[in-house]
Write a protein that binds this ligand. Structure first.
Ligand SMILES: NC(=O)c1ccc[n+]([C@@H]2O[C@H](COP(=O)([O-])OP(=O)(O)OC[C@H]3O[C@@H](n4cnc5c(N)ncnc54)[C@H](OP(=O)(O)O)[C@@H]3O)[C@@H](O)[C@H]2O)c1
Length: 154
């Protein structure tokens, strides 16, 4: 199964200014909605509170601190699922990821919530595709496969 982390990121690697910020600065919400439609969408409780209204009518799995990422993934019976933040959730699912869909935005936050809250293992990414963001010159979603042969543990 493909386990795809999807995020809008700043050029300095942040996904929000703080844990309760709604990501109103991202330009690719329409693409996020299109790509995740019909697939299990996994997110942490903080992100769910921020994105709830945007994602009404979807099958969202909200992750809490006592949940096991491994069990959540093993219980899914689909071709793919999406991990949609935030940083605390992304790091917990990091060992299970197969793909990253990242849209680097023209912002620098300097501080905030990182793509991964904490240290991940090193990942070797293999480029697969870029998707232009509609109506936004110079903005692209970069799609990568994680090369599972080369994961460097810390
Ligand atoms: N730019 C993007 O593409 C994007 C995408 C998604 C989200 N975001 C942003 O990311 C931000 C939220 O990220 P986040 O990392 O703060 O939250 P999060 O990952 O969405 O949710 C917090 C997770 O951490 C757990 N947790 C909280 N305190 C903990 C503790 N002391 N020990 C262990 N687990 C704990 C929570 O469990 P409990 O439920 O049990 O507390 C929950 O599973 C929001 O601003 C959101 O808008 C941005």
């Amino acid at each position: 199964m493909d386990v795809i982390l999807i995020a809008a990121v700043t050029q300095d690697g942040y996904i929000a200014r703080h844990s309760h910020e709604s990501v109103t600065w991202s330009k690719d919400l329409y693409l996020f909605k299109e790509q995740t439609m019909g697939w299990p969408l996994i997110m942490g409780s903080n992100s769910f509170k921020c994105l709830q209204k945007e994602l009404e009518g979807r099958d969202i799995i909200v992750v809490h601190r006592d949940d096991s990422p491994k069990e959540i993934i093993e219980n899914l019976n689909t071709e793919k699922c999406f991990i949609a933040g935030g940083g605390k959730t992304n790091i917990r699912f990091a060992p299970h990821l197969t793909h990253l869909y990242l849209t680097p935005h023209p912002n620098i936050f300097g501080s905030g919530v990182r793509l991964f809250s904490g240290k991940t293992d090193e990942m070797n990414l293999v480029f697969e595709a870029t998707i232009p963001i509609r109506g936004e010159e110079g903005l692209y979603q970069f799609q990568y496969r994680i090369n599972s042969d080369i994961r460097h543990s810390r």
